[in-house]
Every structure is written in structure tokens, then in C-alpha cells.
Design a binder for this molecule. Structure first.
Ligand SMILES: C[S@@+](CC[C@H](N)C(=O)[O-])C[C@H]1O[C@@H](n2cnc3c(N)ncnc32)[C@H](O)[C@@H]1O
Length: 219
């Protein structure tokens, strides 16, 4: 997936992945995970996810990373807040209250962006990358936030049923990607088809949605 692919999807309003009420697996599992109540949560590939506002309401600082300036504009406008804007290298960094979004490519994110990050929330970020880029994404997280535990919301569907994104990512693939460096726990697996009308329309006939907790080994 090139950056242009995503920029155009936002320009064309093709954002079927966006959930107008946030993702219910976040409030269902985050509170019980015992992640540090202080600090910041990194939300990679954040889009305009309302989950960022939910995390901020819990008292976290939130650090989002998103390619599309439209998504970032929409997020702050829909929250009804004016964001301060600054430039850091190739990134436009926008902040309002506890939420900062770094607009640019996560693979270029500088270490200063993740200062104070104590946890990661990934919903539809890993699965946005094709298999050829997923390992690079995981390495990027390991480099930026090696000690941070993570709530990962992933999905899988029958092989080859649609061309991603999202890319089907099973427990076996999650284990291959993260298993060397993280202990992996399953919080919940469920049938996600009813909540994904856009994937049903595209031809997906079975969808497993899973929430995993990943804790860095030896942490
Ligand atoms: C499937 S959407 C998920 C958005 C959000 N996590 C949610 O739950 O609604 C993936 C998002 O990642 C962004 N994106 C894709 N590749 C990226 C990259 N390399 N760096 C930063 N953002 C990226 C896209 O623009 C898109 O908004």
C-alpha cells in the first residue's frame, strides 16, 4: 500500500473502516489490562478514531500517527476543538489538550514523538499493512516503544476472499510477528461479520475479530 492509496481513500470518503461509536473491544478490555494509568498511549494509524477521545477521557495523553491530513482535520473538527499546529521534519504535528496527532508516515516517526508512551492501542493498523510490510511495522514499534504493552485488535477471514486492506491476520500470524518479543494473551475472539457491513458487501462470508494483549517479554 503506498501512502497515495490511503490519501486518496480519505479524499474519496472511502473510509468504511471508521467506526462512528469507536470500537467496543477497547472499553471491554482495556480497563482490566492493568496498563499504567499515567503516561501516553500510542495509537498507530489512528485515522479519526473516536477511541483516542475515549483514552483521553480516562486521563491518558494520546499520541496518534496518521498519514492523511484530512483524517486529522476531521478528528479535531468533529471533537469541536482547535488544534495547535507545528512542523517537525516531514511531519505536521497537531495538538489539542491531551491529544497529539503526528501527520505523516509511521515508518519515519522520530523517537521524540513517543516520549512518555507507556502503552499501544492498535485497531486496524497491523491489518492495514500487507504481509510484506507487517514485519516492518512490528519492528518499528519495537524500535520506538520496546517496553510498551499493547492491545491489538485484529481480524481474519477465509484466505483470498478479498484483496486487502484489511489483510487477514490470524493468531498464527500474530504469533509469528510478535511471539519472539512479546507474550501474547487472547482477551476475546468473536464473530465480527455483523459489525462489518462494508466487508460483507465486499464478499467476506466469515470474519473473526480478536483482541490480544501483547506484553514485552522480560518487561
Ligand atoms: C484501516 S485504517 C484504521 C484507522 C483507525 N485505526 C480506525 O480504527 O479507524 C488505517 C489508517 O492508517 C493510515 N495509514 C496507512 N498507512 C500509514 C502509514 N504508513 N503511516 C501512518 N498512517 C498510515 C490510513 O490513512 C488510515 O487512516
Amino acid at each position: 500500500m503506498t501512502p497515495d492509496f490511503w490519501i486518496e481513500r480519505w479524499q474519496n470518503g472511502e473510509i468504511g473502516f471508521h467506526q462512528t461509536s469507536g470500537n467496543d473491544l477497547l472499553p471491554a478490555h482495556w480497563p482490566a489490562l492493568g496498563f499504567a494509568p499515567e503516561g501516553a498511549v500510542l495509537v498507530p494509524l489512528c485515522g479519526k478514531s473516536l477511541d483516542m477521545a475515549w483514552l483521553a477521557a480516562l486521563g491518558y495523553r494520546v499520541v496518534g500517527v496518521e498519514l492523511s491530513p484530512l483524517a486529522v482535520d476531521d478528528f479535531f473538527r468533529e471533537q469541536g476543538v482547535a488544534a495547535d499546529t507545528r512542523s517537525v521534519g516531514p511531519f505536521t504535528v497537531r495538538t489539542a489538550g491531551p491529544i497529539t496527532i503526528w501527520c505523516g508516515d509511521i515508518f519515519a516517526l522520530p523517537a521524540e514523538a513517543v516520549a512518555g508512551v507507556t502503552a499501544v492501542y492498535d485497531r486496524a493498523a497491523l491489518v492495514a499493512f500487507p504481509p510484506s510490510l507487517q514485519a516492518r511495522y512490528v519492528q518499528t514499534l519495537r524500535r520506538l516503544v520496546p517496553a510498551a504493552p499493547m492491545l491489538l485488535i485484529s481480524l481474519s477471514y477465509p484466505d483470498g476472499q478479498i484483496a486487502g486492506p484489511p489483510f487477514s491476520t490470524s493468531l498464527a500470524q500474530v504469533t509469528e510477528l510478535f511471539g519472539r518479543d512479546y507474550d501474547i494473551g487472547i482477551c476475546e475472539t468473536r464473530d465480527g461479520l455483523a459489525q462489518s457491513p462494508n466487508l460483507t458487501r465486499r464478499g467476506v462470508t466469515a470474519l473473526d475479530e480478536a483482541a490480544y494483549v501483547l506484553r514485552p517479554k522480560g518487561g
